[in-house]
Design a protein around this ligand. Structure first.
Ligand code: MN
Length: 747
């Protein structure tokens, strides 16, 4: 074990001399004296503090500065190096921020302050603490990208020396690195940091798999290199013949990315690893296109695998031509072709555009990449209903690529990849979204569920009378569109229920030959029954939360007393009076305008065999034929009624699924992802665990039994899920009401 302290084998002075030498080589005007003062100051402040590796603490600060020097190359500057050297002094020593400011100026002090605040926040703690940490980090990062560069360098060095920590710390830091810091590096386009952070985290989180992959990679290395050398030679000779100056390189595969692809694509190691990577780096854009011609001429390109990221760069500024070809003996080779400058951006991302004059502003390209992340963070923060959800958005969102599209006026709109015209419409304005009836992309009418691509010009066609559709929830990508559509649906249901409740109430009064109370009276009645205002009372009546009899009795105590003789309770004649919205989903012996609800105990969906049960005052409830609550013995024959499915094309039905599984991080998110992948909307989801067993309930909206079966299968396939079943209340549940579930009407 290396946990115990051992005498240092790293001499910080020698490390630091190396750093100065390196900086001076790439930038002859590098201010060595100022940086040396910072080093001496930090070294004195950290004094005899040791790292758990046994090295003097100051080595960590120098290593972080070295990582930045290597990353930034010629754009290195004194300020970021000084801040890196001092990044832990305020947190870990007696030094105050004022000391730092007096000696090294306000910019350094500001950077150190931001870094102190970030690291003062707990690592791997509770969800809301973590969420807070990242929110703060992203906020301070937006003001100055140097904060995040130093933080990433700090984390990278800590990851490189992680084995010295206690096992439980190791796991939580590695987890956090994989969840947040590697995605962040990815989003900023800093490939070098991303790969190393991922592989180091993977090594600690899953040492067995890591060792296995490393062994397999090593075994095949020689064979692979021989093959690549052959192809590289052929391509290079051809380019030389054409007079193109280019470097042809093999591309190393990273362990974590191999493991992830094996898992995501469900394919064995060999298939992933045998896909070879090659890179051609040219000196001009022109040569890139010539080179791809040459490659396609030498080897057969695989259809549909050509992408031009030069014409449409990725959000993190990445540019390249991508193609996949069949090399000799039909081995697939992925080829990337780019210029030297593009290569620099591909490796360094935002850092490639990094150039700070003292007190100056960030490069515009870097600034816009940062502000994109900030806008999203703010959006996620707003949409999330809990810290856990915020973290999920962050984790998924940081990896999610974006597309840029244009409004008819030429304004740029940034959307997550896979977005539809509906996402675009809601991004413009909620009212535009709600009135969308169609869309033109590049002047052609397209379906609303089509996918937008970077560079598209999008025009939304609206109509005053248009309304959002629940179907949209099946394909929108942005949290904004999703939450706005849901909100609209909810308010719509409220309006419908209100209208229905009012009508039920009026009909009942008419039947009893009573006069409608004045509005103020109605409000009083509502209050007496515990509802705020008449409208809410009607809504409750309409959706069945309040009973008609009870409300009328409250409004006219004496009259109802007199009327108390029972009318024929379960006759169809009585039901006819309960005119309400057109029944949707089922037809009942040709009768129109019956009040229909779907039983909450068994939640039938089209495809299920069903039966109707006539209820007191609430129309017909539709049960599954095998539902214990609609069982022959329990229901008087005259209350049974035949119902048949009669579904509108866009109608969906709520189903409750019980999911059991073995606890692991991200299980809930993975189940949700699997459900969404079947184009299914999740209404609510809830998961809890006892010991290592997880039980969750999901309310999903499906169109029919086949759709439901697809969802169940998808959830069963999620790693860690042991069982999925459709909820059914047995035993004593009362007929109309099974408690504790959301009140939902189909459609
Ligand atoms: Mn540190």
């Amino acid at each position: 074990m290396t946990n115990q302290l051992s005498p240092s084998n790293r001499n910080p002075d020698i490390l630091f001399a190396g750093l100065l030498m390196q900086a001076k080589t790439v930038r002859p005007r590098f201010d060595v004296d100022r940086v040396r003062r910072a080093y001496d100051f930090s070294k004195a402040a950290h004094g005899y503090q040791l790292r758990r590796s046994g090295d003097p603490y100051i080595t960590h600060c120098v290593e972080a500065a070295l990582i930045l020097t290597e990353l930034l190359e010629t754009s290195i500057d004194e300020t970021i190096i000084i801040a890196a050297l001092l990044h832990d002094v305020v947190e870990d020593t007696e030094v105050t921020l004022d000391d730092v400011e007096q000696r090294f100026g306000p910019t350094v002090a500001r950077l150190v302050d931001a870094l102190t605040k970030i690291s003062g926040l707990p690592t791997g703690g509770r969800l809301h603490e973590q969420a807070n940490t990242f929110r703060k980090m992203l906020l301070s990062m937006a003001k100055d990208i140097r904060v995040v560069l130093i933080k990433l360098a700090d984390r990278l060095h800590n990851m490189r020396t992680l084995e010295h920590l206690k096992p439980e710390r190791v796991m939580s830091i590695a987890r956090e690195t994989l969840d947040i810091y590697a995605p962040l590096a990815h989003r900023l386009g800093i490939a070098a940091f991303k790969w190393e952070l991922e592989d180091l985290a993977f090594k600690h989180l899953n040492p067995d798999l890591y060792r296995e992959l490393a062994g397999k990679v090593e075994m095949r290395r020689a064979e692979r290199e021989r093959y690549l050398d052959e192809v590289k030679g052929t391509v290079h000779r051809r380019l030389v013949q054409m007079g193109i100056k280019a470097d042809v390189q093999g591309r190393p595969k990273h362990f974590y990315s191999i493991a992830k692809k094996m898992q995501d694509q469900g394919r064995p190691f060999e298939e992933i690893y045998d896909l070879l990577g090659m890179r051609v780096v040219t000196t001009s854009v022109d040569d890139c296109y010539k080179a791809i011609g040459a490659v396609h001429n030498l080897y057969t390109p695989i259809h549909d695998r050509f992408t031009d990221y030069i014409a449409t760069p990725k959000t993190n500024m990445y540019q390249s031509l991508h193609t996949t070809v069949l090399g000799p003996r039909n081995v697939k080779i992925e080829v990337q072709i780019r210029t030297r400058e593009m290569h620099r951006v591909a490796e360094l991302g935002v850092a490639a555009h990094y150039s700070y004059k003292e007190g100056g502003e960030a490069d515009p390209a870097a600034a816009s990449a940062l502000s994109a992340i900030m806008q999203q963070t703010a959006q996620w923060s707003e949409d999330a209903t809990s810290p856990g959800e915020f973290l999920e958005y962050l984790k998924i969102g940081l990896y999610q690529d974006e597309v840029y599209v244009f409004t008819p006026r030429g304004d740029l709109v940034r959307l997550p990849k896979g977005s539809s015209p509906i996402d675009f419409a809601y991004q413009i304005h909620t009212q535009v979204g709600e009135r969308t009836v169609g869309a033109r992309v590049n002047s052609r009418i397209v379906p609303l569920r089509s996918t937008l691509a970077s560079g598209d010009h999008v025009e939304i066609i609206t109509s005053q009378h248009a309304q959002p559709s629940a179907d949209w929830l099946g394909f929108v990508q942005t949290s904004r569109a999703r939450s706005k559509i849901r909100r609209w649906m909810k308010s719509q249901r409220h309006e419908q229920s209100t209208a229905l409740g009012r009508e039920m109430f009026q009909k009942e009064l008419k039947r009893l030959r009573l006069k409608l109370p004045a509005p103020e009276q109605l409000d009083d009645i509502a209050q007496a029954l515990g509802y705020e205002g008449a409208e809410n009372l009607f809504a409750a009546l309409g959706n069945g939360d309040a009973g008609l009899k009870q409300v009328v009795a409250k409004a006219f105590p004496e009259e109802v007393e007199r009327e108390e003789r029972p009318r024929k309770p379960f006759s169809l004649e009585g039901l006819r009076d309960l005119a309400r919205l057109p029944a949707r989903g089922v037809s009942i012996q040709g009768l129109q305008n019956l009040m229909i609800s779907f039983a909450k105990c068994c939640m039938p969906v089209p495809g299920d065999r069903i039966t109707g049960v006539i209820t007191r005052g609430r129309g017909v409830t539709v049960h599954r034929l095998n539902c214990p609550n609609a069982f022959e013995g329990r229901i008087e024959p005259e209350r049974r009624i035949r119902v048949d499915w009669d579904v509108d094309r866009d109608q969906s039905f709520l189903v409750k699924l019980l999911v059991t599984g073995i606890e692991r991080r991200g299980l809930l998110a993975d189940v949700a992802k699997a459900v969404s992948a079947t184009n299914t909307n999740i209404r609510t989801a809830d998961m809890g665990s006892i010991a290592e067993r997880v039980r969750g309930t999901f309310f999903v909206e499906v169109r029919n039994l086949r759709h439901l079966e697809r969802v169940i299968k998808a959830v069963k396939d999620v790693k860690g899920v042991t069982d999925v079943e459709r909820h059914q209340v047995f035993g004593d549940a009362r007929i109309e009401d099974s408690e504790g579930e959301p009140e939902e009407e189909a459609g």
